[in-house]
Design a protein around this ligand. Structure first.
Ligand SMILES: Cc1ncc(C[n+]2csc(CCOP(=O)(O)OP(=O)(O)O)c2C)c(N)n1
Length: 672
């Protein structure tokens, strides 16, 4: 074997061990906070695999990832500074030990939620495969992660679409304190991939050469179009799960037996005869025997590593803290895309909402081949509400993809693909199934930009129909607005007309932030004019009807009902101004405040119940901002706090209708 490679592997592992032991010492002194998951014992896995990777390959890993980053070439200074939470850290102190990112090196993050790496990895791989590039994704995970749904969902999709992923299980036998025999019915992880026709191999994860050659071979197969492979590496972590864990659940003999197999033992204690005899010392002995490393150069490696680690700590200590300004900057939504209309003369006859959505998708896809549409029944079937009809024939299956019923993983796939520069438009068949995808929608999409210190935007669109339709029952008649509104990092739009369904979707696709598009099931077959030449900004509230006496704020289907109610009131001489909010995140407070300052009265109408709803937020903020000018408290009208019943008459009574809005407006006009 190439001696330079042997020396590199050796130096990597020595650095890995020294870095982690020093991190433990710094943690003990209180200089590192939070969770700290260390890697001693498992070095051969990250080293062997990552040294087999090419610069074009992506890496995704877990919270136990300092060593992966080191081997990938992220400077130790920047990793240590991140552990210290400093501005010079790899994520500018915003990510911490569990979230190391380095976009330039295609190091796409450590993640704190077990099982999250799978969807992100298949998303990155989807981007590679759809562009037909000779690259691969390496996805690290622990033995505990294989019982998450995302493992099965993602392996299924990886196999279905022949995605270039090397799944690397770092099997250290424990999920925190639960041994593999107690958490898995099948303890040989590599056997599990056969359920998806993915080749699985098991390798000694404490033998860096074995790991390296297995990874090299697997990656070559994967890069040449051979499809995904799973590599299970058996190893042991010498420390507890994290610094908070003394690891008392493990028998002393077990620890001793694994310690004896430590490939680094004689190298770390070169003067100790005991270490040299009680270790298998496969790799170190091999290096010495073949002359890749002489005895005295081991000391040199140690000295060099010590120098690097000392310097990393000094750098971290001397580095500045990140500022609140920087936090605000990274946390702010990115500038919205500029309104972009079609060429003049392109105005169309009235369209139904589903047709407007279909047209927006078609026009955007025609102009940008990084856009793809994905979801259940979006391709051949054309979408449950026909919104993706005809797109498969026009753009082919890499750009219009039917998915299995795996909401969390195909939404997460969208996140991964967006991180690789694609513009995925994921359709969740209805909002009710978005609850299955909350990890992707809440833990991933809106957090990656912050966790990566601003390096990686996530230009993902997730469309979902929702609301109370007709007699679909409690589980198919929900809204999700309020639940998502308090998640920082998301844009949320809720179009109420074909014009907005068209224009807001076009801009959502161009947005660099993740955007949730809340469509309403009762609006798909309503028609309206569509002028593609004049598109208002996606997050601007629009005055649908000017008025003097009362402001009504509504969105989605309710803004149409509010307009009808306002027309009724006009007959009684009451002038109602109707504002269609259009965007729930961010909210265009300016337009609302200007209106309320004129009318001195406001009503917020929503389909959802009032408890902790979007209306509560709007009413509270308007009350605060407009208090001196208000003639009466801001009022709210919303759905009942019940699950939606099946019976048609009862169902209708659970949500506001035009008559109810008009009645409350009349009362408000009368001063009560
Ligand atoms: C979804 C989820 N559930 C629980 C946890 C808490 N937790 C963090 S690490 C861990 C054990 C994971 O074990 P394994 O996947 O084997 O990885 P290892 O830590 O051994 O590398 C658990 C239960 C979590 N972070 N995410």
């Amino acid at each position: 074997m190439d001696r330079t490679l042997l020396r590199t592997l050796l130096a990597d592992m020595v650095l890995a061990r020294a870095f982690e032991e020093r991190a433990a010492a710094e943690y003990a002194q209180g200089k590192i906070g939070g969770f700290l998951h260390l890697y001693p014992g498992e070095e051969a896995i990250a080293t062997g695999v990552i040294r087999a990777a090419e610069p074009g390959d992506y890496l995704v890993t877990t919270y136990r990832e300092h060593v992966h980053a080191l081997v990938r070439g992220v400077p130790p200074d920047r990793i240590m500074a991140e552990l210290f939470g400093k501005a010079t850290g790899s994520s500018q102190g915003m990510g911490g030990s569990m979230h190391i990112f380095d976009r330039e090196r295609r190091f796409m993050g450590g993640y704190g939620i077990v099982g999250e790496t799978f969807p992100v990895a298949i998303g990155l791989a989807y981007a590679i495969a759809s562009r037909r590039l000779p690259e691969a994704v390496i996805c690290f995970f622990g033995d505990g992660a294989v019982n998450q749904g995302t493992f099965h969902e993602s392996l299924n999709m990886a196999a279905l679409w022949n995605l270039p992923v090397l799944f690397v299980c770092e099997n250290n036998l424990y999920q925190i304190g639960t041994e593999i025999r107690r958490h898995s019915a099948v303890t040989d992880v590599y056997r599990r991939s056969s359920a998806y026709h993915i080749p699985g191999h098991q390798v000694d994860g404490m033998d860096v050469l074995a790991v390296h050659s297995a990874a090299e071979e697997a990656l070559a197969t994967i890069r040449s179009g051979g499809g995904p492979i799973l590599l299970e590496c058996l190893a042991y972590r010498y420390r507890g799960h994290s610094m908070a864990d003394p690891g008392t659940y493990r028998p002393a003999q077990e620890i001793a037996a694994w310690r004896a197999r430590d490939p680094l033992a004689p190298l770390l204690r070169p003067s100790s005869g005991e270490a040299a005899t009680d270790s298998l010392a496969r790799f170190s002995a091999h290096c010495l025997e073949c002359g890749a490393v002489a005895e005295d150069s081991i000391r040199a490696i140690h000295d060099e590593v010590k120098g690097k680690v000392d310097a990393a700590v000094a750098f971290a200590e001397a580095s500045p803290e990140p500022t609140m300004d920087r936090l605000q900057e990274i946390s702010s939504l990115l500038p919205p895309p500029l309104p972009q209309g079609s060429a003049p003369g392109d105005a169309s006859p009235p369209l139904m909402t589903w047709q407007a959505i279909n047209r927006a998708l078609d026009e955007e896809m025609a102009g940008d081949d990084s856009i793809f549409v994905m979801g259940e029944d979006v391709a051949l079937f054309g979408g449950t509400y026909r919104t993706t009809e005809g797109l498969l024939a026009k753009y082919g299956e890499w750009r219009v993809r039917d998915t299995p019923i795996s909401e969390n993983s195909f939404t997460g796939l969208g996140v991964g693909a967006a991180m690789a520069g694609m513009r995925p438009v994921v359709e969740i068949m209805t909002v009710n199934f978005a609850f299955m995808a909350f990890d992707a929608l809440i833990n991933l999409a809106p957090k990656i930009r912050l966790m990566s210190g601003g390096q990686i935007p996530v230009p993902l669109v997730v469309r979902m129909p929702g609301g109370v339709a007709h007699q679909l029952g409690a589980q198919h008649s929900q809204r999700i607005d309020a639940l998502l509104m308090n998640v920082p990092g998301l844009r949320i739009v809720a179009p109420s007309t074909p014009q907005d369904a068209y224009s807001q979707l076009r801009m959502a696709i161009r947005s660099d932030d993740p955007v949730i598009v809340l469509e309403h099931e009762r609006l798909y077959f309503e028609s309206g004019p569509l002028d593609a030449t004049r598109l208002p900004p996606m997050d601007k509230a629009l005055v649908r009807r000017p008025g003097r006496d009362i402001t009504v704020v509504a969105w989605s289907r309710m803004s149409g009902l509010a307009l009808e109610a306002a027309e009724t009131l006009a007959k009684d001489g009451v002038s109602v101004e109707v504002i269609d909010l259009r965007s729930l995140a961010p909210i265009d407070w300016e337009t609302l405040v200007v209106s309320v300052e004129k009318t001195h009265r406001a009503l917020v109408v929503e389909e959802n119940c009032l408890i902790a709803g979007a209306g509560a937020e709007i009413a509270a903020t308007l009350s605060e901002r407009c208090f001196p000018l208000l003639d009466a408290p801001v009022r709210r009208l919303g759905g009942l706090f019940v699950s939606t019943p099946f019976n048609r008459t009862l169902e209708d009574q659970t949500i506001p209708d035009t008559a109810a809005i008009a009645e409350l407006l009349r009362k408000m006009a009368a001063g009560s």
